[in-house]
Write a new protein. Structure first.
Length: 303
Protein backbone atom coordinates (compact mmCIF):
# COMPACT_ATOMS: atom_id res chain seq x y z
CA UNK A 1 0.00 0.00 0.00
CA UNK A 2 1.30 3.46 -0.89
CA UNK A 3 2.33 5.72 1.98
CA UNK A 4 0.15 8.60 3.09
CA UNK A 5 1.76 11.84 1.96
CA UNK A 6 2.32 14.32 4.79
CA UNK A 7 1.30 17.63 3.24
CA UNK A 8 3.44 20.33 4.84
CA UNK A 9 1.69 23.07 2.89
CA UNK A 10 -1.69 22.11 4.27
CA UNK A 11 -0.50 21.79 7.87
CA UNK A 12 1.35 25.11 7.50
CA UNK A 13 -1.80 26.83 6.30
CA UNK A 14 -3.57 25.91 9.55
CA UNK A 15 -0.67 27.14 11.69
CA UNK A 16 -0.42 30.37 9.65
CA UNK A 17 -4.12 31.05 10.21
CA UNK A 18 -3.46 30.83 13.96
CA UNK A 19 -0.44 33.13 13.46
CA UNK A 20 -2.70 35.79 11.92
CA UNK A 21 -4.93 35.70 14.98
CA UNK A 22 -1.94 36.06 17.32
CA UNK A 23 -0.69 39.02 15.26
CA UNK A 24 -4.14 40.64 15.55
CA UNK A 25 -4.08 40.09 19.34
CA UNK A 26 -0.65 41.70 19.48
CA UNK A 27 -1.92 44.70 17.51
CA UNK A 28 -4.45 45.27 20.29
CA UNK A 29 -1.50 45.44 22.68
CA UNK A 30 0.19 48.00 20.43
CA UNK A 31 2.82 45.64 18.98
CA UNK A 32 3.61 44.65 15.39
CA UNK A 33 6.00 41.67 15.30
CA UNK A 34 9.18 42.43 13.36
CA UNK A 35 11.76 40.13 11.78
CA UNK A 36 15.16 41.36 10.53
CA UNK A 37 16.73 39.25 7.80
CA UNK A 38 20.45 39.54 7.07
CA UNK A 39 21.66 38.22 3.72
CA UNK A 40 25.34 38.16 2.79
CA UNK A 41 26.38 37.48 -0.79
CA UNK A 42 24.46 36.58 -3.92
CA UNK A 43 23.82 32.84 -3.53
CA UNK A 44 20.64 32.31 -5.61
CA UNK A 45 19.23 29.62 -3.28
CA UNK A 46 19.71 31.89 -0.23
CA UNK A 47 18.03 34.75 -2.08
CA UNK A 48 15.02 32.51 -2.80
CA UNK A 49 14.82 31.36 0.85
CA UNK A 50 14.98 34.97 2.08
CA UNK A 51 12.30 36.09 -0.37
CA UNK A 52 10.00 33.23 0.69
CA UNK A 53 10.49 33.99 4.38
CA UNK A 54 9.73 37.69 3.90
CA UNK A 55 6.67 36.89 1.79
CA UNK A 56 5.43 34.53 4.51
CA UNK A 57 5.95 37.29 7.10
CA UNK A 58 3.86 39.73 5.05
CA UNK A 59 1.16 37.09 4.66
CA UNK A 60 0.54 36.84 8.43
CA UNK A 61 1.18 40.51 9.27
CA UNK A 62 4.79 40.33 10.50
CA UNK A 63 6.88 43.33 9.45
CA UNK A 64 10.21 42.32 7.94
CA UNK A 65 13.39 44.31 7.44
CA UNK A 66 16.07 43.16 5.02
CA UNK A 67 19.80 43.90 5.26
CA UNK A 68 21.90 42.92 2.24
CA UNK A 69 25.70 42.77 2.18
CA UNK A 70 28.10 41.88 -0.60
CA UNK A 71 30.20 38.70 -0.41
CA UNK A 72 33.34 40.61 0.58
CA UNK A 73 31.78 42.59 3.46
CA UNK A 74 33.99 43.10 6.52
CA UNK A 75 32.91 40.96 9.49
CA UNK A 76 32.65 44.04 11.74
CA UNK A 77 30.02 45.67 9.53
CA UNK A 78 27.77 42.63 9.86
CA UNK A 79 28.41 42.40 13.61
CA UNK A 80 27.65 46.13 14.06
CA UNK A 81 24.38 45.72 12.16
CA UNK A 82 23.32 42.79 14.33
CA UNK A 83 24.18 44.73 17.49
CA UNK A 84 22.06 47.61 16.25
CA UNK A 85 19.18 45.19 15.54
CA UNK A 86 19.55 43.74 19.05
CA UNK A 87 18.75 47.22 20.40
CA UNK A 88 15.79 48.01 18.12
CA UNK A 89 12.44 47.56 19.91
CA UNK A 90 10.57 47.03 16.62
CA UNK A 91 12.73 43.97 15.82
CA UNK A 92 11.67 40.81 17.71
CA UNK A 93 13.58 38.29 15.64
CA UNK A 94 16.93 38.34 13.80
CA UNK A 95 17.77 35.80 11.15
CA UNK A 96 21.13 35.54 9.41
CA UNK A 97 20.72 33.46 6.27
CA UNK A 98 23.32 30.67 6.10
CA UNK A 99 25.75 29.80 4.62
CA UNK A 100 28.08 32.77 5.15
CA UNK A 101 31.24 33.57 3.16
CA UNK A 102 34.49 32.34 4.73
CA UNK A 103 35.64 35.67 6.27
CA UNK A 104 32.56 35.61 8.51
CA UNK A 105 32.93 33.10 11.34
CA UNK A 106 29.46 31.57 11.68
CA UNK A 107 29.81 31.04 15.42
CA UNK A 108 30.82 34.67 16.05
CA UNK A 109 27.95 36.00 13.93
CA UNK A 110 25.34 33.72 15.51
CA UNK A 111 26.52 34.47 19.04
CA UNK A 112 26.15 38.20 18.40
CA UNK A 113 22.40 37.79 17.92
CA UNK A 114 20.67 38.45 21.23
CA UNK A 115 19.43 35.13 22.66
CA UNK A 116 16.03 36.87 23.09
CA UNK A 117 15.78 37.53 19.33
CA UNK A 118 17.40 34.31 18.09
CA UNK A 119 14.33 33.04 16.20
CA UNK A 120 16.40 30.46 14.31
CA UNK A 121 17.44 28.95 17.65
CA UNK A 122 21.15 28.72 16.76
CA UNK A 123 22.62 30.79 19.62
CA UNK A 124 24.68 28.86 22.16
CA UNK A 125 22.16 29.75 24.87
CA UNK A 126 19.23 28.36 22.91
CA UNK A 127 21.16 25.26 21.89
CA UNK A 128 21.97 24.70 25.59
CA UNK A 129 18.28 25.16 26.40
CA UNK A 130 17.44 22.49 23.87
CA UNK A 131 19.85 20.06 25.50
CA UNK A 132 18.15 20.68 28.85
CA UNK A 133 14.66 20.44 27.33
CA UNK A 134 14.01 24.08 28.13
CA UNK A 135 14.45 25.95 24.89
CA UNK A 136 13.11 29.43 24.15
CA UNK A 137 13.32 29.20 20.36
CA UNK A 138 13.24 25.64 18.97
CA UNK A 139 15.20 25.56 15.66
CA UNK A 140 12.68 25.92 12.85
CA UNK A 141 13.29 22.81 10.73
CA UNK A 142 13.17 20.17 13.47
CA UNK A 143 10.38 22.14 15.16
CA UNK A 144 8.45 21.89 11.87
CA UNK A 145 9.06 18.14 11.70
CA UNK A 146 7.74 17.70 15.26
CA UNK A 147 4.62 19.74 14.40
CA UNK A 148 4.04 17.68 11.26
CA UNK A 149 4.21 14.42 13.25
CA UNK A 150 2.02 15.88 15.99
CA UNK A 151 -0.58 17.05 13.46
CA UNK A 152 -0.83 13.54 12.01
CA UNK A 153 -1.11 12.06 15.50
CA UNK A 154 2.16 10.14 15.12
CA UNK A 155 3.59 9.61 18.60
CA UNK A 156 7.36 9.27 18.90
CA UNK A 157 7.33 7.99 22.47
CA UNK A 158 9.24 4.72 22.78
CA UNK A 159 9.76 4.52 19.00
CA UNK A 160 13.01 3.60 17.32
CA UNK A 161 13.92 6.77 15.45
CA UNK A 162 16.91 7.13 13.16
CA UNK A 163 18.13 10.60 12.15
CA UNK A 164 20.43 10.61 9.12
CA UNK A 165 22.52 13.78 9.28
CA UNK A 166 24.13 15.38 12.33
CA UNK A 167 24.40 19.07 11.44
CA UNK A 168 23.98 21.77 14.07
CA UNK A 169 20.93 23.20 12.34
CA UNK A 170 18.96 20.05 11.52
CA UNK A 171 20.25 16.62 12.61
CA UNK A 172 21.46 17.36 16.15
CA UNK A 173 18.52 19.52 17.29
CA UNK A 174 16.15 17.02 15.63
CA UNK A 175 17.64 14.20 17.70
CA UNK A 176 17.39 16.27 20.90
CA UNK A 177 13.75 17.15 20.30
CA UNK A 178 12.90 13.52 19.63
CA UNK A 179 14.70 12.44 22.82
CA UNK A 180 12.77 15.08 24.72
CA UNK A 181 9.62 13.27 23.57
CA UNK A 182 10.99 9.92 24.76
CA UNK A 183 11.99 8.42 21.42
CA UNK A 184 14.97 6.06 21.24
CA UNK A 185 17.23 7.95 18.87
CA UNK A 186 20.13 6.87 16.70
CA UNK A 187 22.09 9.52 14.77
CA UNK A 188 23.92 8.61 11.56
CA UNK A 189 26.40 10.78 9.65
CA UNK A 190 28.86 10.64 6.76
CA UNK A 191 31.23 8.28 8.60
CA UNK A 192 28.52 5.83 9.65
CA UNK A 193 29.44 2.40 8.33
CA UNK A 194 26.66 0.53 6.52
CA UNK A 195 23.91 3.12 6.86
CA UNK A 196 21.23 0.60 5.87
CA UNK A 197 21.76 -1.56 8.97
CA UNK A 198 20.57 1.42 11.04
CA UNK A 199 17.85 2.85 8.79
CA UNK A 200 16.15 -0.55 8.38
CA UNK A 201 15.41 -0.57 12.13
CA UNK A 202 13.71 2.83 12.13
CA UNK A 203 10.02 3.09 12.89
CA UNK A 204 10.50 6.78 12.14
CA UNK A 205 13.27 7.79 9.76
CA UNK A 206 14.31 11.45 9.44
CA UNK A 207 16.75 12.16 6.63
CA UNK A 208 18.75 15.41 6.39
CA UNK A 209 21.99 14.70 4.54
CA UNK A 210 21.67 16.66 1.30
CA UNK A 211 22.25 13.67 -1.01
CA UNK A 212 19.64 12.72 -3.62
CA UNK A 213 18.53 9.07 -3.49
CA UNK A 214 20.57 8.35 -0.36
CA UNK A 215 17.65 6.37 1.04
CA UNK A 216 16.44 3.54 -1.17
CA UNK A 217 13.39 1.31 -0.51
CA UNK A 218 15.51 -1.65 0.65
CA UNK A 219 16.89 0.58 3.46
CA UNK A 220 13.43 1.32 4.85
CA UNK A 221 11.43 -0.85 7.25
CA UNK A 222 7.95 -1.73 5.97
CA UNK A 223 5.44 0.69 7.47
CA UNK A 224 8.03 3.24 8.61
CA UNK A 225 7.27 6.96 8.84
CA UNK A 226 9.79 8.68 6.55
CA UNK A 227 10.52 12.39 6.85
CA UNK A 228 12.66 13.78 4.03
CA UNK A 229 14.30 17.06 5.04
CA UNK A 230 16.77 17.15 2.13
CA UNK A 231 16.49 19.74 -0.63
CA UNK A 232 18.64 19.05 -3.68
CA UNK A 233 18.62 20.72 -7.08
CA UNK A 234 19.29 18.16 -9.85
CA UNK A 235 21.20 19.16 -13.01
CA UNK A 236 17.89 19.12 -14.94
CA UNK A 237 16.51 21.74 -12.52
CA UNK A 238 14.21 19.42 -10.54
CA UNK A 239 14.06 19.79 -6.76
CA UNK A 240 14.28 16.48 -4.88
CA UNK A 241 14.89 15.28 -1.35
CA UNK A 242 17.29 12.65 -0.02
CA UNK A 243 14.79 9.81 -0.32
CA UNK A 244 13.88 7.82 -3.45
CA UNK A 245 10.31 9.09 -3.28
CA UNK A 246 8.61 6.73 -5.74
CA UNK A 247 10.31 3.60 -4.35
CA UNK A 248 10.01 4.41 -0.64
CA UNK A 249 6.38 5.44 -1.08
CA UNK A 250 5.53 1.76 -1.68
CA UNK A 251 7.20 0.71 1.57
CA UNK A 252 6.51 3.48 4.10
CA UNK A 253 3.28 4.28 5.95
CA UNK A 254 3.85 8.04 5.81
CA UNK A 255 6.20 10.09 3.63
CA UNK A 256 6.91 13.79 3.18
CA UNK A 257 7.23 15.12 -0.39
CA UNK A 258 9.95 17.49 -1.61
CA UNK A 259 8.96 20.19 -2.25
CA UNK A 260 5.85 20.69 -0.12
CA UNK A 261 6.79 18.70 2.99
CA UNK A 262 9.24 19.96 5.60
CA UNK A 263 10.16 23.15 3.65
CA UNK A 264 6.90 25.06 4.24
CA UNK A 265 6.88 23.90 7.87
CA UNK A 266 10.35 25.41 8.42
CA UNK A 267 9.22 28.84 7.21
CA UNK A 268 6.03 28.60 9.27
CA UNK A 269 7.90 27.83 12.48
CA UNK A 270 10.04 30.90 11.87
CA UNK A 271 6.83 32.93 11.90
CA UNK A 272 5.72 31.18 15.10
CA UNK A 273 9.06 31.92 16.82
CA UNK A 274 8.94 35.58 15.75
CA UNK A 275 5.40 36.02 17.05
CA UNK A 276 6.29 34.25 20.33
CA UNK A 277 9.20 36.64 20.75
CA UNK A 278 6.96 39.67 20.16
CA UNK A 279 4.42 38.28 22.65
CA UNK A 280 7.11 37.94 25.31
CA UNK A 281 8.15 41.56 24.85
CA UNK A 282 4.61 43.02 24.58
CA UNK A 283 2.72 44.67 27.42
CA UNK A 284 0.34 42.24 29.13
CA UNK A 285 -2.84 44.22 28.45
CA UNK A 286 -4.50 45.90 25.51
CA UNK A 287 -3.23 49.38 24.83
CA UNK A 288 -6.06 51.91 25.16
CA UNK A 289 -5.67 55.09 23.09
CA UNK A 290 -5.05 58.02 25.46
CA UNK A 291 -8.17 60.05 26.16
CA UNK A 292 -8.03 63.66 24.99
CA UNK A 293 -9.54 66.97 26.09
CA UNK A 294 -12.77 66.81 28.07
CA UNK A 295 -12.75 63.01 28.09
CA UNK A 296 -9.29 63.00 29.70
CA UNK A 297 -10.36 65.50 32.34
CA UNK A 298 -13.51 63.49 33.10
CA UNK A 299 -11.54 60.22 33.24
CA UNK A 300 -9.07 61.78 35.66
CA UNK A 301 -11.92 62.93 37.85
CA UNK A 302 -10.82 66.58 37.58
CA UNK A 303 -13.19 69.45 37.08
P1 LIG B 1 24.93 19.77 6.26
O1 LIG B 1 25.32 20.80 7.22
O2 LIG B 1 25.69 19.60 4.99
O3 LIG B 1 24.93 18.37 7.03
C1 LIG B 1 24.71 17.17 6.35
C2 LIG B 1 24.78 16.05 7.34
O4 LIG B 1 24.57 14.84 6.64
C3 LIG B 1 26.13 15.93 8.04
O5 LIG B 1 25.94 15.63 9.40
C4 LIG B 1 26.81 14.79 7.30
O6 LIG B 1 27.68 14.02 8.11
C5 LIG B 1 25.62 13.93 6.92
N1 LIG B 1 25.89 13.08 5.76
C6 LIG B 1 26.49 13.44 4.61
N2 LIG B 1 26.61 12.38 3.80
C7 LIG B 1 26.07 11.33 4.46
C8 LIG B 1 25.90 9.96 4.16
N3 LIG B 1 26.33 9.44 3.00
N4 LIG B 1 25.33 9.17 5.08
C9 LIG B 1 24.89 9.67 6.24
N5 LIG B 1 25.03 10.97 6.59
C10 LIG B 1 25.60 11.79 5.70
O7 LIG B 1 23.41 19.94 5.79
P2 LIG B 1 22.13 20.50 6.60
O8 LIG B 1 22.19 21.97 6.67
O9 LIG B 1 21.91 19.70 7.83
O10 LIG B 1 20.99 20.14 5.53
C11 LIG B 1 20.77 18.81 5.14
C12 LIG B 1 19.78 18.81 3.99
O11 LIG B 1 18.57 19.37 4.44
C13 LIG B 1 20.20 19.68 2.79
O12 LIG B 1 19.69 19.09 1.62
C14 LIG B 1 19.49 20.99 3.03
O13 LIG B 1 19.24 21.70 1.86
C15 LIG B 1 18.21 20.49 3.64
N6 LIG B 1 17.54 21.44 4.51
C16 LIG B 1 16.20 21.54 4.35
C17 LIG B 1 15.47 22.37 5.15
C18 LIG B 1 14.01 22.42 4.96
O14 LIG B 1 13.38 23.33 5.43
N7 LIG B 1 13.42 21.43 4.31
C19 LIG B 1 16.10 23.14 6.13
C20 LIG B 1 17.49 23.00 6.30
C21 LIG B 1 18.19 22.14 5.49
P3 LIG B 1 29.01 14.61 8.78
O15 LIG B 1 28.51 15.40 9.96
O16 LIG B 1 29.77 13.41 9.17
O17 LIG B 1 29.66 15.45 7.73
Amino acid sequence: MAAKILDGKQVSAGIRAACKQRVADLAARGVVPGLAVVLVGADPASAVYVRNKMRACADVGIRSFRFDFTDDVAADRVIDTIEELNRRPDVHGILVQLPLPPQLAVTRVLRTISADKDVDGFHLYNVGGLVLGDTVFPPCTPYGVMKLLEHEGISVEGKNVVVVGASNIVGKPMALMLMQRDATVCICHAKTRDLAQFTILAEILVVAAGIPNLILPQMVRTGAVVIDVGINRLPDGRLVGDVDFAGVREKASYLTPVPGGVGPMTVTMLLVNTISSAERSAPAHAVVAPARGAAAIAAAGIG
